[in-house]
Design a protein around this ligand. Structure first.
Ligand code: GLG
Length: 814
């Protein structure tokens, strides 16, 4: 948009006064933030309204991305970049004696997600708008996002994330678009006008009230919408008669029970905890979202039989799986279509992404729970299952009689949500080549054989605008100086940087930028936690959720072994290295929590020991999340992507780090494999078992972890360090970690991969010594990262699955 500094200052001062009731001199940082946010939102309003009018007017096919999680982070600076007003606003604020940096710190992270899955949804929102696809998000407006993590005495302690405490400037409440969602009750069946009709009776009614947040595309005038639903009790707020009789508890407990639905995000990543409230959350937003879509579709006057031609609904993992029976319900019970018509529309509307092969993450709901919470929905699932079984029975009963049971949606007293998603959608995709291949050839093989062509791959991506353009301004400027700014819209043109591959001046500047970013991060860390780190050491970074399969344990055991070697030989020629960890553990995941304590205990030992602390430092960065990541990633030298092969579906942190010039230490897992393909084997450090080997060891039970423990003295000493008193803790402190490795035969092959990990770490350090070589490696990583932009991912989804139109701009369509 067109905006000059003077106009901005005028607008801003007026807005600040109106919002805070105070003049500039007396305003607080929060007042300043709030005024700025609301002004930026207002600047966006014309485009926002215009976009939705244009989509309606053009009767365009639209995409709705249903996701339990949207891990958005802060929005202010992102939005200013998207609108092309960043410099003007920054200048205007400086003129007024304010600092944009300070003001943007006042914004709370929108942390409505656990990790990769939720962050992916947020990247997709940005890319859909920027690429010009009519695509919107549908989810839940949790009052509390993912918990805030504090490290107290080395332990993770969780505190509620009160992100809405001071209101949210970006959202707009839409009470007129509220819909009712029904739980419980019973189904009455009637035969009217020659057809079976179903009525839900005596249900508990919850109001789903949408809050809309604008999602601006990058300087294209397109503004899509993220719609998050909040649960409210149906008016009146409370029963006044009961209240006056003094029956406060009952009156309020009903209201709280209803509102509990959108109260908190479950803090489990890649793990299903099976709570009833969770199932309520799932149905709540899916039903509300579909009713909203249906309502506006009907307003358009288009025939209901064409629903799938105008709406593509994507479900992010199985959490929104109930979209399938719910859409069937709306089409049959409300729109009066018959089963076959409704089924055709539903399956052609819905597509599904699988994000994990871990069995503990596969959602299953007990039949009796589903039946009593959602009786009509359960009936529909049963019918889908019955019809599907009929076909598989007929096909397989002779060749493989067990197969149709294996493929059933309902089995062993449970509803298997992944099966429901596969049967009820027209596309099933994995999130990286290896993952999609394992889905099709192993985990979901019978389905892949049954549905030829339904399974496909869509390798994940990240928005290079947030993760490079905004969070690494120095590097962005250096890139633009060399190859122009086309990469912002066409990230694959980052490839042109390859011509600087052997240009000493360019590479030197690249390293100077890395150094400056490392100084920035060390200042940030010092300011936020009091810890000092040395920008001349290697920053070796593992940032992601804490999970056994991600193997933070491998990293810390290797650090312990380095410590032991250094103690023995203090003159060991090591380049000083700072190991940084950032990770939240699910509050109920004890092994993961012990790993946090272990990292901190090892850090306490090493950082205080003068024999080693010139060369080694271990830091656990508190409360890892989107904003912390934006500070760390530009400073990274080494990116640790060391999951057990076959366990990490894709990973997306790996992409963010390479894009910022970090070199990856990687197993052949998830998207690491595609990073390898992109950069070539000389620009990545590979180690460890392959997925095939992991499967083989698991299947033939030939792996013996204890033997490795016995035969590798250094590793044994590192493991024993957990219990022998070297660390300042009781011998039981790390009981679960030790027992997982030794008593339970190390399910994630930490011991098996230890030696090759230690070797590759040595190689990485040698490479780092050679500054020229390292800077060239770093450059290749940046240059080849364009394919990991979520713009590419979104274009792939749209080309193969959604098939929505792509608009360069909507200007002129009104
Ligand atoms: C999952 C997977 C990650 C993946 C992400 C996004 O575990 O490997 O990158 O989704 O597809 N639960 C997750 O974060």
């Amino acid at each position: 948009m067109e905006l000059n500094v003077n106009q901005f200052k005028k607008d801003y001062l007026r807005r600040l006064k109106a919002k805070s009731g105070r003049p500039l001199e007396e305003s607080t940082v929060w007042d300043q933030y709030h005024a700025l946010g609301s002004l930026i939102k207002e600047y966006m309003t014309d485009d926002w309204v215009g976009t939705s009018i244009a989509y309606n007017k053009l009767d365009t096919r639209q995409v709705f991305y249903f996701s339990m999680e949207f891990l958005t982070g802060k929005l202010l600076c992102d939005y200013m970049h998207a609108m092309g007003v960043f410099e003007v606003v920054e200048q205007g604020l400086t003129d007024l004696g304010l600092s944009l940096e300070t003001i943007s710190e006042a914004e709370r992270d929108q942390g409505l997600g656990n990790g990769g899955l939720g962050r992916l949804a947020a990247c997709f929102m940005d890319s859909m708008a920027s690429v010009g696809i009519p695509g919107h998000g549908i989810g839940i407006r949790f009052n509390f996002g993912l918990f805030e993590q504090k490290i107290i005495n080395g332990y993770q302690v969780e505190f509620p994330d009160r992100w809405l405490e001071n209101r949210n400037v970006w959202e707009v409440k839409m009470p007129d678009k509220a819909v009712e969602v029904h739980f419980g009750g019973s189904v009455r069946q009637d035969y009217i006008g020659g057809r079976n009709v179903f009525f839900l009776e005596n249900t508990e009614v919850v109001m789903a009230v949408p809050y809309d947040t604008p999602i601006p595309g990058y300087q294209n005038g397109i503004v899509n919408t993220l719609r998050l639903y909040s649960a409210e009790a149906k008016t009146p707020d409370f029963d006044l008669a009961g209240f006056s009789r003094g029956d406060y508890n009952r009156v309020f407990s009903e209201k709280y029970a209803v509102e509990a639905i959108s109260q908190v995000l479950y803090p489990d990543d890649a793990y299903e905890n099976g709570r009833l409230l969770r199932l309520k959350q799932e149905y709540f937003f899916v039903s509300a979202g579909l009713q909203g879509i249906m309502r506006s579709f009907k307003r358009s006057g288009l025939p209901i039989r064409d629903f799938h031609k105008y709406n593509a609904i994507h479900i992010n993992d199985t959490h929104p799986a109930l979209a399938i029976p719910e859409l069937m319900r709306l089409l049959m019970d409300i729109e009066e279509l018959n089963w076959e018509e409704a089924w055709k529309i539903t399956t052609q509307t819905i597509s599904y992404t699988n994000h994990t092969l871990l069995h503990e993450a596969m959602e299953k709901w007990p039949v009796d729970v589903m039946k009593s919470l959602l009786p009509r929905i359960f009936m529909i699932i049963e019918e889908i299952d019955r019809r599907f079984n009929q076909i598989t029975e007929r096909l397989y009963h002779q060749v493989d009689p067990r197969r149709s049971q294996q493929m059933a949606i309902i089995g062993d007293g449970q509803v298997r949500m992944a099966h429901l998603c596969i049967v009820g959608s027209h596309s099933v995709n994995g999130v990286a080549k290896l993952h999609s291949e394992l889905l099709a050839t192993k985990e979901l093989k019978p389905f892949n054989e049954f549905y030829a062509g339904k399974f496909n791959n869509k390798t994940n991506g990240i928005t290079h605008r947030r993760w490079l353009l905004h969070s690494n301004p120095r590097l962005s400027a250096h890139i633009t100086e060399a190859i122009g700014d086309e990469w912002i819209k066409e990230p694959e043109s980052l490839g042109r940087l390859m011509k600087y591959h052997s240009d000493p001046a360019y590479l030197e500047k690249l390293m100077a930028i890395k150094r400056a970013n490392k100084v920035d991060f060390s200042n940030y860390l010092h300011k936020t936690s009091g810890v000092s780190i040395d920008p001349d050491s290697i920053y070796d970074i593992q940032i992601k959720r804490l999970h056994e399969y991600k193997r933070q344990t491998l990293n810390i055991l290797h650090i312990m072994s380095m410590y032991l070697r250094l103690k023995e030989d203090p003159d060991l020629d090591l380049i000083p290295r700072t190991f940084l960890f950032g990770a939240k553990a699910a509050p109920g995941y004890q092994t993961a929590k012990q790993t946090i304590k272990l990292i901190n205990a090892v850090g306490d030992l090493i950082n205080a020991d003068k024999d080693v602390n010139e060369k080694l430092k271990v830091v656990f960065v508190e409360n890892y999340g989107v904003t912390v990541a934006e500070h760390i990633i530009p400073s990274a030298d080494i990116s640790e992507q060391i999951s057990t092969a076959s366990k990490e579906a894709s990973g997306t942190g790996n992409m963010k780090l390479m894009m910022n010039g970090a070199v990856t230490v990687a197993t052949l897992d998830g998207a690491n494999i595609e990073i390898l393909e992109a950069v070539g084997k000389d620009n990545i450090f590979l180690f460890g078992l392959t997925a095939e080997e992991v499967y083989r060891y698991t299947e033939n039970h030939s792996y013996k972890a204890f033997e490795i423990y016995q035969n590798n003295p250094l590793l044994r000493r590192a493991i024993d360090m957990m219990t022998d008193g070297t660390l300042n803790v009781s011998p039981e402190e790390f009981y679960l970690i030790r027992s997982a490795l030794l008593d339970h035969n190390d399910a994630f092959f930490v011991l098996k991969d230890f030696e090759s990990y230690a070797n590759i770490q040595k190689k990485a350090c040698e490479a780092y010594r050679d500054k020229k070589r390292w800077s060239a490696m770093s450059l290749v990583n940046i240059a080849k990262s364009g394919i990991f932009s979520s713009d590419r991912t979104i274009r792939d989804y749209n080309r193969d699955i959604w098939k929505a139109p792509v608009f360069e701009t909507l200007k002129g369509s009104l």
